[in-house]
Design a protein around this ligand. Structure first.
Ligand code: ADP
Ligand code: MG
Length: 296
């Protein structure tokens, strides 16, 4: 069965999208079959991987966007997968194995306009359709916005593991704290909908530090995060296996440039020390996530 991972923090700009896109690419490069869901209405992951021209086509009609599956009689999840999403100028596949469920700006309307069966909220509808696709993948990854509203719930309900991208600062700690509280409430509210085959409700498995600047001492904020993690473990609010990930992603300008190039760092192909270093961070992180799966 596919491992299903949500990347979420109640704080924006911590690197959720950069981490998930680059980890997804490294996993695909290792031969894993990866399905990446973009559940953030800002559409950053979709614009990055499809590039503007292809994404604009979806955004202007709404056809092929994840929003369309939530309306009766409209699209099915299996029909909107963009297979091997990263393509070159002539349409050639640059990274086989990385598929995308894209989003567009209209996903925001899901928060106020859901007209489907009230007994089947969006997260259940999505879960039902995802189950048919799961056998085709090793990893299903959900890029979530910094909240647990309807769109995000779709990722959080179907995932079994939660990873929390963080910066070593006080605001990320607040974001983590809020996330754990809201996650707990969401699981309580949805417990009656869960069946054994869905697996365990998504629990925090890891904090991943991102944008680490060299020469800056991060020991105090990291220690605070570790203390909070220990408290939550004692209260069973996070998984017993949860940890601060050893791999940290350093701050590197190539990460920002990669977005403009429409490529994950692994495909940027610039051999500079900075690119090599941060690429090795992403590779190590992908390996650490694979390894973490062995103890779950
Ligand atoms: N390791 C990094 N080094 C440098 N810039 C980064 C790094 N990770 C993310 N960024 C930049 O920080 C900004 C926020 O990252 P993003 O992944 O969009 O965060 P989120 O999805 O949490 O809002 C983006 O401009 C992104 O390019
Ligand atoms: Mg994002």
């Amino acid at each position: 069965m596919a491992r299903k991972l949500a990347f979420i923090n109640y704080k924006g700009g911590v690197g959720k999208t950069s981490l998930i896109v680059n980890v997804a690419a490294c996993l695909a490069k290792l031969g894993k079959r990866v399905l990446l869901f973009d559940f953030d209405t800002q559409s950053n992951a979709s614009i990055w991987l499809l590039r503007l021209e292809r994404w604009n086509k979806i955004n202007s009609t709404g056809e092929g966007a994840v929003f369309s599956i939530f309306y009766p009689g409209k699209a099915k999840l299996k029909d909107i997968i963009v297979k091997d999403v990263i393509a070159g100028k002539a349409g050639e596949k640059l990274l086989p194995g990385l598929d995308l469920i894209p989003t567009t700006f209209n996903l925001v309307d899901l928060e106020s306009e859901y007209e489907g069966d009230p007994r089947k909220p969006p997260y259940l509808l999505l879960n039902e359709q995802l189950r048919e696709l799961e056998p085709n993948y090793d990893f299903v990854l959900f890029d979530c916005p910094p909240n647990i509203l309807r769109a995000s719930q779709c990722g959080v309900f179907s995932a079994n593991e939660v990873y929390v991208p963080s910066n070593p600062d006080a605001l990320s700690l607040i974001g983590f704290t809020l996330l754990v509280e809201k996650l707990h409430k969401f699981h309580q509210l949805t417990a009656s909908f869960r069946t054994a085959e869905m697996g365990t409700p998504a629990a925090v498995q890891g904090i991943i530090f991102n944008s680490i600047k060299s020469g800056v001492d991060n020991e105090v904020p990291k220690m605070r995060m570790q203390l909070r993690m220990n408290q939550y473990k004692a209260q069973r609010r996070v998984a017993a296996t949860a940890k601060l990930f050893e791999t940290q992603i350093r701050d590197a300008t190539i990460v920002r440039r990669a977005v403009a190039l429409g490529l994950p760092v692994i495909l940027v192909g610039q051999e500079t020390e900075e690119t090599d270093n941060v690429l090795n961070d992403y590779r190590r992180l992908a390996q650490e996530i694979i390894k973490h799966g062995e103890i779950l």
